[in-house]
Design a binder for this molecule. Structure first.
Ligand code: C2E
Ligand code: CA
Ligand code: CA
Ligand code: CA
Length: 280
C-alpha cells in the first residue's frame, strides 16, 4: 500500500509538473501570439426576434496556437489579465473588429445598421483610459458611437464601483451603449440596474438553456424580461439553441437573441455570409 501510495504521488507530481509546464509555455507563447497573427476575432450574430434581422455581432477572441491548436478564451484570457497582456490583446480586438465592421459596411448595404459588441474585462478597464481608446478606434474607422457596444460583467461594478460609475456615465454621454453580461450569475444584484448607466442586460445562457424543461428557469427569464421592460432596458437572451427557445423568448417579448440556433461564432469571412443570409 505504501508503494502504490508513493507511485500515485509520483504520478501526481508528474501531472502537476506537466500542467505547470504547459501553463508556462502558454504564458510565454502568449507574448508572441499577437505578432505571430495567432489571435483571431470570431463573430457571433445577435438577432432581432420580431424581425429576424441580424442587428449585431459579438466579437470573441480566439487563439490558434502553432502546435497546441485551438486554445479557448476561458483558458487564455485570464492569463492575459494576470500578466497585463490583456491591454494589447484587448486593443487589437477592439481595433480589428471595428475595422472589420467598417469593411462589411463598405461592401454590403445589409451591414449598414449592424454594430459590434466587444467584451472588456475589469482588469482592462481598471488600468487604462478606455474611453479615449474607444474614441480613437471609432474615429480611426470613421464609425459612429452606435457602432460599438461595450460588454462588461458585474465584477467591475462590485470591485470598483466608483470607477465603473464614472466610466459608464461618460460612455453614456458619448452615446456608447453598455451591456451587462452574464446577468443572473455570480452575485448579481438588482441594485446594479438603477445604480449604473446600463443600456442592456444579457441574460446568462444557464437560464435560457433550462427554460424549456424547468418552470423555475422560465419564471426567472420572464421576470428579468418584465423588469427590464419597465426599467426601459434592452434584453438579449444568450445561449439560444433551439426553435423552442426562440418561440418562448418571443412570447416573453424579449427583443434580442444570440446562440448556436442562429450560428456559432464564425470567422470574419464567414460572418459576411450571415449578414447576407439574415438581412436580405
Ligand atoms: P461570454 O462573453 O459570455 O461569451 C459568450 C460565450 O458563449 C462564447 O464562448 C460563445 O461561444 C458561447 N456561446 C454562444 N452561444 C452559445 C450557445 O448557444 N450555447 C453554448 N453552450 N454556448 C454559446 P467563448 O467564445 O468560448 O468565450 C468564453 C468567454 O471568454 C466569454 O464569455 C468572455 O467572458 C471571454 N472572452 C471571449 N473573448 C473575449 C475578449 O475579446 N475579451 C475579453 N475580455 N473576454 C473575452
Ligand atoms: Ca460577452
Ligand atoms: Ca455572456
Ligand atoms: Ca462570460
Amino acid at each position: 500500500a505504501k508503494e502504490s501510495g508513493k507511485a500515485r504521488y509520483a504520478l501526481f507530481d508528474v501531472e502537476m509538473h506537466n500542467a505547470a509546464m504547459k501553463r508556462l509555455k502558454i504564458e510565454n507563447d502568449l507574448r508572441h501570439a499577437l505578432e505571430r497573427n495567432e489571435i483571431k476575432v470570431f463573430y457571433q450574430p445577435i438577432i432581432d426576434l420580431p424581425t429576424g434581422r441580424l442587428v449585431a455581432f459579438e466579437a470573441l477572441a480566439r487563439w490558434i496556437h502553432a502546435d497546441l491548436g485551438f486554445i479557448p478564451p476561458d483558458e487564455f484570457i485570464p492569463i492575459t489579465e494576470e500578466t497585463g497582456m490583456i491591454h494589447s490583446i484587448g486593443q487589437f480586438i477592439l481595433h480589428h473588429s471595428l475595422g472589420t465592421l467598417k469593411f462589411w459596411q463598405t461592401q454590403y448595404p445589409q451591414a449598414k445598421d449592424i454594430s459590434i459588441s466587444v467584451n472588456f474585462s475589469s482588469k482592462q478597464i481598471e488600468h487604462h483610459d478606455l474611453l479615449s481608446e474607444i474614441e480613437m478606434a471609432l474615429n480611426e474607422n470613421q464609425l459612429p458611437a452606435k457602432a460599438l457596444k461595450v460588454e462588461i460583467t458585474e465584477g467591475l461594478l462590485i470591485e470598483n464601483a466608483e470607477l465603473a460609475q464614472q466610466l459608464l456615465k461618460s460612455l453614456a454621454e458619448q452615446d456608447i451603449q453598455v451591456l451587462l453580461d452574464d446577468f443572473g450569475t455570480g452575485y448579481s444584484s438588482l441594485s446594479y440596474l438603477h445604480k449604473f448607466t446600463l443600456h442592456t442586460i444579457k441574460i446568462d445562457r444557464s437560464f435560457i438553456y433550462q427554460m424549456d424543461h424547468s418552470e423555475e428557469h422560465h419564471t426567472i427569464v420572464k421576470t428579468i424580461a418584465y423588469m427590464c421592460k419597465h426599467l426601459k432596458k434592452g434584453v438579449i437572451a444568450e445561449g439560444v439553441e433551439s426553435e423552442k427557445h426562440t418561440k418562448m423568448l418571443k412570447e416573453l417579448g424579449i427583443q434580442h437573441a444570440q446562440g448556436y440556433f442562429y450560428s456559432r461564432p464564425v470567422s470574419g469571412e464567414d460572418a459576411k455570409e450571415l449578414i447576407v443570409k439574415y438581412n436580405s
